[in-house]
Design a protein around this ligand. Structure first.
Ligand code: EPU
Length: 334
């Protein structure tokens, strides 16, 4: 069923009002086939709406992916291969895995959004990325209506990147993702904050449930809950810069945090750069920069998407002027 003039405010975690001229929910592959979309049509695919900023009303048809279901498709002594439909809520899926003692995604607890979006931008947190547990995905080719299976290599995962954000953008709709989870979980506490949180919890031999609880505690203390304050998580990517630039910044800012990427490149937390520039906690009318994590832009109520976009442009300009680093938005702008 196609509905008209639907306010998308409840369908995006930024809580921005934008009116969809037409709107439909996709609950089965048949729903997609009946639509007979073409890539030349004007349409927008919406998953959990957790990585999108509406700066205008989307003109054409908005498809809300509501495919549901989780099943074990294969098991070995070591692994369980779990297929989840694209419309499953990511965190619910993580909790389901933890209940079954399937390890591998506990560090990715509480990331907003849907299963279908997880490979799209290779979601990651606390030392784990989806590519680490990814087996394959099924995607619907819009023009041919065929279902194609992609393995990890074909997805070309990178830092918050995949082929679906690049040269296959707009061609496919992800239907399901199969993850390779471990029956004998190996705990990953390489990200320092997890270890210290576990210590604060009094846990010395953590289970995957403990790791998940620690991640939930860290995230809840730093990141605003979209149910209370509109946001889309990290608004910018952490920039990867040349070692030479890093070394010259390090002379000026000895405490600059960094993660090695390769012999020639270093990743810098954008949140640190933005905080250094005095943006952290800045509020303008109904929107601003979150007070606990400068990487997150927030909507306190009825902000307009273009105001938040303009704020992000100002931040990009200020970081460029100050540090010579070009920040890139992680959030999709419509
Ligand atoms: N920092 C600051 N000021 C800030 C924010 C961070 O100085 O306002 C510093 C911290 O002190 C720390 C460093 O930056 O030294 C890293 O901070 P944090 O651990 O909070 O992680 P992040 O690099 O800011 C990334 C991801 C998050 C993910 C966390 C944890 C990106 C763009 N963001 O943030 O992902 O949860 O690491 O792994 O890579 C998301 O993508 O939406 C997201 C929330």
């Amino acid at each position: 069923m196609i509905q008209h003039n639907i306010d998308l405010k409840p369908f995006n975690t930024f809580g921005i009002s934008a009116v969809a001229a037409s709107f439909t929910e996709i609950c089965s592959t048949e729903d997609l086939e009946h639509l007979s979309l073409k890539t030349t049509d004007n349409y927008l695919v919406l998953g959990g709406g957790s990585n999108i900023l509406f700066t205008q009303n989307p003109g054409g048809l908005v498809l809300k992916i509501n495919l549901k279901g989780i099943e074990v498709v294969k098991e070995t002594d070591q692994y369980v291969y779990v297929k989840a439909a694209a419309g499953e809520i990511w965190h619910q899926f993580v909790l389901h895995a933890i209940q079954n003692n399937w390890g591998g995604i506990e560090n990715l607890s509480l990331i907003p959004g849907s299963v279908g979006a997880s490979p799209m931008q290779n979601i990651g947190a606390y030392g784990v990325e989806i590519k680490d547990v990814f087996e394959e995905l099924e995607a619907y080719h819009i023009d041919t209506k065929e279902i194609h299976t992609f393995n990890a290599e074909e997805c070309r995962f990178g830092y918050r990147e995949s082929v679906f954000k690049r040269h296959l953008k707009g061609r496919y709709i992800i239907l399901s993702v199969t993850y390779r989870l471990t029956k004998n979980p190996i705990i990953n506490t390489s990200y320092g904050a997890i270890l210290s949180e576990l210590e604060a919890m009094g846990v010395s031999q953590p289970t995957i449930k403990d790791v998940s609880d620690a991640v939930i505690r860290i995230r809840s203390s730093k990141l605003p809950d979209p149910k209370e304050i509109g946001n889309a998580g990290s608004f910018f990517k952490n920039p990867v810069i040349a070692v030479e630039l890093f070394n010259s910044l390090k002379e000026k800012y000895p405490n600059i945090p960094s993660y090695p990427v390769s012999a020639t490149e270093v990743k810098i937390p954008a949140g640190w750069l933005i905080e250094q520039d005095g943006w952290k906690g800045k509020t303008i009318d109904q929107y601003g920069v979150h007070k606990n994590q400068a990487l997150v832009l927030v909507n306190y109520g009825n902000a307009k998407g273009h105001d938040i976009f303009n704020l992000s442009t100002q931040i990009i300009g200020s970081i460029k002027d100050h540090f010579g680093i070009e920040l890139e938005r992680e959030v999709n702008i419509v």
